[in-house]
Write a protein that binds this ligand. Structure first.
Ligand SMILES: Cc1cc2nc3c(=O)[nH]c(=O)nc-3n(C[C@H](O)[C@H](O)[C@H](O)COP(=O)(O)OP(=O)(O)OC[C@H]3O[C@@H](n4cnc5c(N)ncnc54)[C@H](O)[C@@H]3O)c2cc1C
Length: 204
């Protein structure tokens, strides 16, 4: 049975996202919705000792991942050797999940906008446009990329100056925040957040 057929038959665990190939998309999914076990519910012999519904959810997610990614559907849950610093994040040194990738990308984009020239040359404008227009094509979280592509088609990048670009990007990020049910960021504070730091000097 193909992964696609399997995915049509079995409801996906909450938060898990399928990629264009119909298989679970790791880079489109937050680690907390992907990880096969939670600390404290795994005995040293690798058996899940918890009887709670959360544990069942995790286990069914594991089964689903194995089935959809074309591996065996039998889950062998083994004790994790490296403990993550934050339980919701992949352990240090592991590939990023969708949230780490998002934070890193926003950090890069907002910081790049914060240091963009006040009066960019035609070459700088063209390169910034190329960078932004590459995201809907290359950003590995495909459904994020698709939505971002629609958003920038509706709101073309303003690369005319540092201030204009920072504001444009803040608004695009707020569109994503809104979609995810998060608070909107105050775009008047974009320089404080990404360039100058707060007036109280706490970042010095
Ligand atoms: C182009 C793009 C599209 C994405 N699309 C999706 C998607 O469709 N679905 C999905 O689940 N995830 C998406 N993500 C990831 C998502 O936006 C978050 O990065 C991720 O959920 C982690 O969120 P966070 O709360 O840690 O902070 P983030 O949203 O990553 O923000 C990092 C920091 O930026 C600051 N900040 C927040 N909002 C703004 C703003 N408007 N302007 C300036 N600074 C701000 C805050 O200080 C915040 O702590 C996308 C990421 C990118 C780069």
């Amino acid at each position: 049975m193909t992964a696609e057929n399997e995915s049509k038959k079995t409801p996906l665990p909450p938060g898990m996202v399928l990629g264009p190939d119909g298989k679970p998309c790791k880079i489109c999914t937050a680690f907390r919705n992907w990880k096969p076990q939670t600390s404290g519910n795994i005995e040293s012999d690798g058996h899940n000792k918890s009887r709670g519904s959360g544990s069942r959810g995790q286990q069914s997610a594991t089964t689903m991942m194995a089935a959809l990614s074309g591996g065996t559907a039998t889950t062998s849950i083994t004790k994790t050797k490296v403990q993550p610093i934050r339980p919701d994040e992949p352990p240090p040194g592991c590939p990023p999940d969708s949230e780490q990738l998002g934070r890193a990308t926003w950090t890069f984009l907002h910081t790049t906008a914060a240091y963009y020239p006040d009066k960019p040359t035609p070459k700088q404008r063209a390169n910034m446009l190329a960078l932004l227009h590459a995201l809907p094509i290359l950003y590995p979280c495909t459904w994020c990329a698709e939505d971002f592509g629609k958003d920038i088609a509706e709101h073309p990048p303003d690369v005319s100056s540092r201030t204009a670009l920072s504001l444009w990007l803040c608004r695009r990020h707020n569109e994503v925040n809104e979609k995810l049910g998060k608070d909107k960021f105050n775009c008047n504070k974009v320089d404080e957040r990404w360039k100058d730091g707060p007036a109280d000097g706490s970042c010095e």
